[in-house]
Design a protein around this ligand. Structure first.
Ligand code: CP
Ligand code: NVA
Length: 310
């Protein structure tokens, strides 16, 4: 990207910082990249480039899809556990960002504090990608929009019902609803709603109302997609028992699925806690599209990498 002759780097910290055209571009690019990969066509625009992956939290899908994505695009991914880095011994985030900028061509970070990712983005002269923070999970929701488009031919006018914890995934759904034209209803227990500032900001900018209710049956009524996530996110493990009690009426089970549209699709970012937020028979049933959803993380992240680093 160029601004007055100067190259300006872009980051992906939040979907809120993207415009609808940029999201549509990412979706088109992901479809092309997926088609190439399925046809076995090699496409290596990131040859010679390295992505640094910083993980402060566990990951299966995000780590594997970014590593494999970089390899397929001709580049290299460097996995770094936060615990092994000088960051864990007091080196500042800003100094780390400056040093990384001298070695690699992009950073993907998964952190507890969202502020860590914002600070990396502020001080790095290379693109920074949010691979999940306590506040947001933008790559997940961009990839979920791609899956919805693939399965349902588009997202415009559809109703997505998010049932469960108002966490990072719910917050990114809210950011996405501020940018794209679909209905979003969230059902969360009292005291477990999404970030209020973020919700208020999204409501000001969204074309449609964003509903927040306590009753999951109200949220899923007329829904094309039911979406859920774990009740205790990474970092909230010590609240697990208390959350099991407070979320017990929020399980995505066959009764709840029947209350939505007949052909409703059930989505989950994974990892799932079967028997908690999602019943086994729904997870393994005909409405569930979680495996294609997980695969699409690879294709959409490749599109993000080409957009930011290509
Ligand atoms: N959905 C997701 O981000 O999965 P991981 O935690 O396994 O990366
Ligand atoms: N909300 C979950 C998402 C995991 C991909 C967590 O933060 O643990």
């Amino acid at each position: 990207m160029r601004e007055r002759g100067r190259v300006v780097k872009r980051d992906l910290v939040s979907i809120f910082s993207l415009n609808p055209d940029e999201i549509d571009h990412l979706m088109e690019s992901a479809a092309l990249l997926k088609a190439k990969q399925k046809e076995g066509v090699s496409y290596t625009p990131l040859k010679g480039k390295t992505l640094g992956l910083i993980f402060e939290k566990a990951s299966t899908r995000t780590r594997v899809s970014f590593e494999v994505g970089m390899y397929q695009l001709g580049g290299h991914a460097l996995f770094l556990d936060f615990k092994d880095m000088q960051l864990s011994r007091g080196e500042t985030v800003s100094d780390t960002a400056r040093v990384f900028s001298r070695y690699v061509d992009g950073i993907m970070a998964r952190t507890f504090s969202h502020g860590t990712i914002e600070e990396l983005a502020r001080y790095a002269t290379i693109p920074v990608i949010n691979g999940l923070s306590d506040l947001l999970h933008p790559c997940q929701i961009l990839s979920d929009i791609f899956t919805i488009m693939e399965k349902m031919g588009g997202y415009r006018g559809l109703k997505v019902a998010y049932v469960g914890d108002g966490n990072n995934v719910a917050n990114s759904w809210i950011n996405c609803a501020a940018r794209l034209d679909f209905h979003l209803s969230l059902a969360c227990p009292e005291g477990y709603g999404p970030d209020p500032t973020l919700l208020e900001r999204a409501r000001r900018e969204s074309r449609r109302e964003i509903h927040l209710v306590n009753d999951p049956y109200e949220a899923v009524s007329g829904a094309d997609v039911i979406y859920t996530d774990v009740w205790a996110s990474m970092g909230k493990e010590d609240e697990h028992a208390e959350r099991l009690r407070n979320f017990r009426d929020y399980q995505v089970n066959s009764r709840l699925v029947k209350a939505a549209k007949t052909g409703v699709r059930v989505m989950h970012c994974l990892p799932a806690h079967r028997g908690e937020e999602i019943a086994d028979d729904v997870m393994d049933g005909s409405h569930c599209i979680v495996w294609d959803q997980a695969e699409n993380r690879l294709h959409v992240q490749k599109a993000i990498l080409v957009w930011l680093m290509g």
